[in-house]
Design a protein around this ligand. Sequence first.
Ligand SMILES: [Zn+2]
Length: 68
Amino acid sequence: MAEPSTLPPCPICGQPAQPQYRPFCSRRCADVDLGRWFSGQYRVPSAEIPSAEDEKYTRRVDPDDEVG
Ligand SMILES: [Zn+2]
């Protein structure tokens, strides 16, 4: 048990991260992550909760159905 520190796996490829590139495993993966940032793939999650108010679909059934 002489491990200095256990780094989480690279978020890009899942390989063991390297201390000099953490949290990534390599410069390449760090660049990939940076590229995603710049391309706008990372979006700040907004508190946008879809409401179920649109589902006001009421089915009308006439009791006075013509039976004959
Ligand atoms: Zn990686």
